[in-house]
Design a protein around this ligand. Structure first.
Ligand SMILES: Cc1cc2nc3c(=O)[nH]c(=O)nc-3n(C[C@H](O)[C@H](O)[C@H](O)COP(=O)(O)OP(=O)(O)OC[C@H]3O[C@@H](n4cnc5c(N)ncnc54)[C@H](O)[C@@H]3O)c2cc1C
Length: 384
């Protein structure tokens, strides 16, 4: 057992964990960021196209959240990590005539211009996901290639694999939910992105049924005359996973398909067809494919902050099961245990915005928005 006691250990070095580490590091340098992969962004965050784009649709509280997060995160990346963001805009193309009519009725929260094909939003951006996660955590102590298989709370400390001690533990484990209470019910949504060579130069991102990135200039190769790299993503698969007796899921080993040269052929063909429906790209050559699992909650909102201790809360208020109302501030929380998860298909939009709120909540006691707290998931689960 190490003697050192950390102020904070974060499990998960994806965009959620790296953003959390970045904002925490403004308050303390006694932080450890752990991941089972050998590098940061080895999970969904490395697979992501990492497009930033507005959510179009009717007004509702989820759209409000995405709009606030997109404004914040875009500015945050530009101010602090300008070499990880390309802000050249996105052309959003309606899927069909029905969709085109709907586009006209939406309140668009961002500046746009209409052209023949669709709506061009200057706010649209592309993020270099791995470089961003590396840059967010330059000054953070990391323990990579370390699989956490046990966490335990004793004597006011969290013990990780009976080896590492910390006062506070933050779970940013994405689609791996082994340490989350069962009421959180995060579902994995699998997807693939491909990287292709093309001779066509695209100057902004596109989105219709998939996203197509602008061409990355620095990939120009005079010899092949197929110089530009573009990124095309992503497919969506909701897999039904086998449940273990403790209610956690048996995962396929998706680390093996995380960065394979060809990827899933069916998904690759699907992406190429969807991309060609956006813009004719005759001479595409697929050079890489990335796969990963997005972590989605049942109501699509993320889950941030303290975690309700379902066992102790139900012991005290067993009548919650009959639907009796108990104010959430009376629920018992797991001590010094926090979460940032459920960022779904918008991790690069949501994570910096949410990580800042999480840190202000942990350090300064700032109240979190109701929609993103764990209580809502506990209340829904307990009723069932
Ligand atoms: C194909 C694809 C395309 C996407 N495109 C976009 C996009 O264009 N824009 C966008 O904003 N989002 C996109 N997303 C979604 C985005 O990738 C996710 O929202 C985001 O990466 C989630 O970040 P995370 O940190 O929560 O999870 P992850 O990046 O999965 O990080 C979780 C980390 O926790 C680690 N971990 C888990 N359990 C343990 C353990 N027991 N011990 C040690 N380490 C552990 C894992 O190894 C992993 O590295 C896409 C996702 C996919 C799959």
């Amino acid at each position: 057992m190490e003697n050192k006691i950390y102020d904070y250990v974060i499990i998960g070095a994806g965009i959620a964990g790296c953003s959390t580490a970045y904002f925490l590091s403004r308050h303390t340098n006694n932080i450890l960021l752990i991941d089972k992969n050998d590098s940061v962004a080895g999970g969904a965050s490395g697979a992501a196209g990492a497009f930033l784009s507005p959510l179009l649709g009717k007004n509702n509280s989820f759209k409000d959240l995405v709009t606030k997060a997109l404004k914040f995160s875009t500015q945050f990346y530009k101010d602090n990590f300008s070499d990880c963001i390309i802000n050249n805009g996105v052309l959003r193309i309606p899927k069909n005539e029905d969709d085109r009519e709907k586009f006209k009725t939406y309140d668009h929260d961002f500046e746009f211009t209409i052209n023949d094909n669709g709506y061009f939003f200057p706010i649209g951006s592309l993020i270099n996901s791995t470089k961003l996660c590396l840059n967010l955590t330059t000054n953070i102590n990391k323990l990579l290639g370390f699989n956490v298989d046990k966490i335990k709370f004793a004597d006011n400390l969290w013990y990780i694999n009976d080896k590492i001690k910390t006062k506070n533990l933050i779970l940013c484990t994405g689609a791996y939910v082994d340490f989350l209470p069962s009421y959180v019910q995060i579902r994995p949504v699998w997807g693939q992105r491909i990287v292709c060579k093309s001779s066509k130069k695209l100057t902004h991102n596109y989105h219709k049924e998939c996203s197509v990135s602008l061409s990355l200039d620095n990939t120009y190769d005079n010899d092949t005359k197929k110089p530009y790299l573009i990124s095309i993503g992503a497919t969506h698969h909701r897999l039904v996973l086998e449940k273990k007796c403790d209610n956690t899921f048996v995962f396929p080993n998706f680390s093996t398909c995380n960065h394979c040269p060809t990827g899933c052929k069916e998904d690759t063909q699907k992406l190429l067809a969807m991309a060609n429906d956006i813009i004719k790209l005759d001479d595409l050559e697929v050079i890489e494919a990335y796969g990963g699992a997005r972590a989605s909650s049942h109501d699509y909102f993320p889950v941030i902050g303290d975690l309700v201790d379902d066992t102790l809360t139900l012991k005290e208020f067993s009548y919650l099961k009959n639907g009796t109302y108990v104010p959430s501030n009376r629920f018992t929380r797991h001590k010094n245990l926090f979460v940032l998860n459920g960022v779904g298909g918008r991790g690069f939009v949501l994570s910096p915005y949410l990580a800042k709120q999480l840190v202000e909540h942990i350090i300064g006691g700032k109240e979190l928005e109701e929609d993103i707290k764990s209580e809502r998931l506990f209340k829904r689960w307990v009723k069932k």
